[in-house]
Design a protein around this ligand. Structure first.
Ligand code: ATP
Length: 309
């Protein structure tokens, strides 16, 4: 019987896609992506401790509706824990407490953040020292965004998004994050993309975003803003027409680019300074938008923040 260790807490960030280009589905059903991720300062905190069976609980951190997060084996954090235990041939289980600051089903990869945080937390709790390449491979099996949640910073993603390479990012970016009360199903948005774009050639791979990568390298924040683009915005707006109105409202209160986050429905306004982002946030709150966050990026990926005991 392994000794019981002190609980471990790991913090993992939300992600935004600076560029998200989508190709035609591959034979395995996944869409090839060419994307640039950035980790931003909205976080979930995941605390793990030894337990006789797998358990998970979720507590909102601030204004986050957690009611749709599954509290059983479907939770991505539990799946991550079980995958790590199986990888090491361990018959151990853990209790996982998620403090959720990342809006749910918003295109910000909150579930992926929890999976990455759980991998890092249990690796520490159980003193496993899993090599980085094995942790990244486990993460990729759990979901396309999970490897990036481990990595953080800014990274170029290809394959189905799981092949990630860090990219130099010399700037500081500010994001006004406008969640929607009702989540949007990622598979439904991809299906709508296919319906709207039946003629994308099979095997076509969208070109690397060289202009954006160059602007990131030299820290040209306005030029990064000008290069932001998301192929999933059109299908998400097609499924959720009222999002276009919300988008127009955000644009009318923000002097800068506005785009959909991932598969949505969260909207993002990009700003060059904290002051500009805060001004947009206040204007949107005054205009009646109930929840608006301000975040900065890039920030670190999943990392231990506290060792209790
Ligand atoms: P996707 O990764 O599918 O693009 P997303 O980033 O839009 O998703 P998430 O917050 O990851 O949004 O939630 C997507 C769905 O995953 C939720 O509706 C929920 O049912 C499920 N889910 C499973 N585990 C979790 C978790 N730990 N946190 C949030 N959602 C989870």
């Amino acid at each position: 019987m392994a000794p019981t260790a002190a609980p471990v807490t790991v913090r993992a960030p939300a992600k935004v896609n600076l560029v998200l280009r989508v190709g035609r589905p591959r034979h395995d059903g996944f869409h090839p992506l060419n994307t640039v991720y950035q980790a931003i300062s909205l976080y979930d905190d995941v605390r793990v401790e030894d337990a006789g069976r797998w358990q998970v609980s979720v507590t909102p951190l601030g204004d986050v509706d957690c009611s749709t997060v599954p509290l059983d084996q479907r939770n991505l954090a539990v799946r991550a824990g079980q995958a790590l235990a199986a990888h090491h041939g361990l018959r151990r289980a853990a209790s996982i407490e998620i403090g959720k600051g990342i809006p749910v089903a918003g295109g910000l990869a909150g579930g992926s953040a929890d999976a990455a945080a759980t991998l890092v937390a249990l690796d520490r709790l159980w003193d496993l020292h899993t090599p980085d390449d094995e942790l990244l491979a486990l993460a990729a099996e759990l979901g396309s965004d999970v490897p990036f949640s481990l990595l953080g910073g800014t990274a170029h993603g290809t394959g189905r998004g799981e092949q990630v390479v860090p990219v130099p990012d010399a700037g500081s970016h500010w994001w006004v994050v406008v969640p929607d009360a009702t989540g949007l199903s990622t598979p439904a948005v991809y299906r709508e993309f296919d319906r709207l774009h039946p003629d994308v050639p099979l095997g076509s791979h969208v070109a690397d975003p060289v202009g954006l990568l160059a602007a990131l390298r030299v820290g040209d924040v306005p030029r990064v803003g000008a290069a932001l683009t998301n192929d999933l915005e059109e299908p998400a707006l097609s499924l959720r027409p009222e999002l276009a109105e919300r988008c127009a409202l955000v644009r009318s209160h923000h002097d800068g680019p506005v785009l959909l986050s991932g598969s949505g429905p969260t909207l993002l306004a990009h700003a060059c300074s904290h002051e500009a982002a805060t001004a947009t946030r206040l204007a949107l709150l005054e205009a009646g938008v109930p929840v608006v966050h301000v975040a900065t990026g890039p920030v670190a990926g999943a990392h231990v923040v506290e060792l209790a005991g």
